[in-house]
Design a protein around this ligand. Structure first.
Ligand SMILES: CC(=O)SCCNC(=O)CCNC(=O)[C@H](O)C(C)(C)COP(=O)(O)OP(=O)(O)OC[C@H]1O[C@@H](n2cnc3c(N)ncnc32)[C@H](O)[C@@H]1OP(=O)(O)O
Ligand SMILES: CC(C)C(=O)C(=O)O
Ligand SMILES: [Mg+2]
Length: 514
């Protein structure tokens, strides 16, 4: 491999899923994994197989279908974790076991309650065991950036000797600053005798907002794998954002002459997919994928951009897949234009899904003056998440305002094909709507998040709603998009309930809907 090629290791499905509330079901993980493969990610960390049966099954399913990326699973330094991980990645064309153990004094003493020499022995044993199960083994020194350098060098040397091909030095708690972290990478390159037999990797957390800066500094010092996530999702403040790392390398190739295999035009689409699935919206001013990242509001900037976009744009919107296609969609558009538009927007849907989306598009075009690309993306994503729902939204009428006390909602749903109807009241229109759903489908799940955002501008914009429900420690996210905010809210709640039903049936197959 070219010595300046940087391997992109995506951990959205593992570390990203560790963001509280960001749990994803198997179908959702599969969709993200395929999108990651399609954009050219080298390694997909698909999950932590020992963590739960659901995680195991998801990693195995991803290993079965992904062909062009390495599929990796995480494992602690224990036989049970490593063997379970090997089983999950077995169907992969190229599978990797990623095993880790903490090496910092704090973690060894208080968390693992192990002596350093015991940890060192575990490094060798765990990597050696993993190597009997696959050729591709990565070893991580958890809390590596707070580890004593001498001890870290000994651990890294032992891991390579035992057969690790990738050595990852995480900044687990996001404590490092760039020159210090780069210094640590340089130290390992200079001091570990067998370091040339492995690729050095970095995994940075964003507790001080330095995850991307630290990752880039480490690459300049000799690291050749970056672990990152879409939208910077991840434990606590998140991981290094893949879109930022990749676009920094592409845009500043003059200072950072390193290449990745990422097709950057896929960035906007996958950012949106991950945000829709997890319910974690992207802040408007977020680098690369925020709504405002390529928007120009002030007159002097607009004037400059009109004269030459480079005055205020260091990358083109097209380079991250923010494409405004020339097809203007409206109520007179037909299926051919709609299909072409979907292709422009990066969708490759089966005919049935295209037809469903087309019907909803026509309905939207009847109600909304301008149908923007964002509207179509929201509508298609909304249709896709509904998949094989058992509970289906049918209709909603809400009475609210100063004269109607209390606000009331009249709702129709089908449950397993049977039409159910109810009228309920609440403290407000949303509360009344959700109470109506609870009356039709009784459940004890708690509402953890209710979030509304407008897809585009204007009072006729579609509302995109996320609802997060929690039941017995399990969380699910539901999404809904409609021009009517209350209908979008009902759709989002129903979508979350459907996911909960699936989860329940997996853990207690006899549980039926009330
Ligand atoms: C930095 C990171 O992101 S690491 C990945 C973090 N991700 C997760 O933890 C998500 C998935 N985790 C889980 O589902 C659970 O924690 C499990 C299934 C892995 C373990 O569950 P439990 O057996 O109930 O253990 P619990 O979570 O309470 O504690 C972790 C145990 O693993 C030990 N441990 C932690 N890391 C390692 C390691 N790398 N190697 C060996 N043992 C480890 C801890 O010392 C502790 O052991 P103890 O129970 O003897 O004190
Ligand atoms: C498991 C390791 C790689 C990790 O996520 C961390 O240290 O942050
Ligand atoms: Mg991490």
């Amino acid at each position: 491999m070219d010595r300046n090629r940087v391997i992109i290791f995506d951990t959205t499905l593992r570390d990203g899923e560790q963001s509280p509330g960001a749990s994803m079901n198997q179908d959702e993980k599969l969709r993200i994994a395929l999108a990651l493969e399609d954009m050219g990610v080298d390694v997909i960390e698909a999950g932590f197989p020992i963590a739960s049966n659901g995680d195991f099954v998801a990693v195995e399913a991803i290993a079965r279908v992904v062909k062009n990326s390495v599929v990796c699973g995480l494992a602690r330094a224990t036989r049970g974790d490593i063997e379970r991980c090997a089983e999950a990645i077995r169907p992969a064309a190229r599978g990797r076991i990623h095993t880790f153990i903490s090496t910092s004094p704090l973690h060894m003493k208080y968390k693992l309650q192990m002596e350093p020499e015991t940890v060192l022995a575990r490094v060798s044993d765990s990597v050696a065991l993993a190597r009997t199960l696959t050729d591709d083994v990565e070893w991580s020194a958890e809390d590596g950036s707070r580890t004593e350098p001498d001890f870290l060098c000994r651990c890294v040397e032992a891991a390579i000797k035992a057969g690790a091909k990738t050595i990852n030095i995480p900044d687990t708690v996001g404590y490092s600053v760039p020159d210090e972290y780069a210094g640590l990478i340089a130290l390992l390159i200079n001091r570990v005798p067998n370091i040339d037999q492995a690729i050095l990797s970095v995994h940075c957390h964003n507790d001080l907002g330095l995850a991307v800066a630290n990752s880039l500094a480490a690459v300049a010092a000799g690291a050749r794998q970056i672990e990152c996530t879409i939208n910077g999702l991840g434990e606590r403040a998140g991981n290094a954002a893949m879109e930022e790392v990749v676009m920094a390398l592409r845009t500043r190739a003059d200072r950072l002459p390193y290449q990745t295999g990422i097709r950057t035009e896929a960035i906007t689409r996958i950012s949106r997919l991950v945000s829709t699935i997890t319910g974690f919206s992207v802040q408007p001013n977020k680098a690369i994928v925020g709504k405002n990242a390529f928007a120009h509001e002030s007159g002097i900037h607009q004037d400059g951009v009109l004269k030459n976009a480079q005055t205020y744009e260091i990358m083109t919107p097209d380079s991250v897949g923010l494409v405004r296609s020339s097809l203007v969609m409206g109520k007179h558009s037909g299926r051919a234009a709609f299909r072409a538009k979907l292709r422009d927007l990066g969708y490759d849907l089966p005919d049935g899904a295209v037809e469903d989306a087309f019907v909803r598009f026509k309905d939207l075009a009847d109600r909304k003056k301008d149908v923007f690309d964002e509207d179509i993306v929201a509508l298609v994503d909304d249709a896709v998440v509904r998949g094989n729902d058992t509970i289906k939204f049918v209709s909603l009428e809400v009475l609210c305002g100063t004269r109607h006390r209390p606000p009331s909602a009249e709702l129709e749903l089908t449950v397993d094909g049977e039409l159910r109807h109810v009228r309920a009241t609440g403290d407000g229109p949303v509360d009344a709507t959700f109470n109506a759903i609870k009356a039709l489908v009784p459940h004890d799940a708690r509402l953890q998040l209710y979030q509304v955002s407008a897809v585009t501008q204007g009072t006729d914009a579609q509302a995109e709603v996320t609802v997060r429900l929690e039941e017995d420690g399990k969380t699910v996210n539901g999404q809904g998009a409609e021009t009517d905010t209350l209908v979008a809210s009902a759709r989002a709640y129903v979508n979350a309930l459907n996911k909960l039903v699936v989860k329940r049936q997996k853990t207690a197959p006899d549980t039926l809907l009330a």
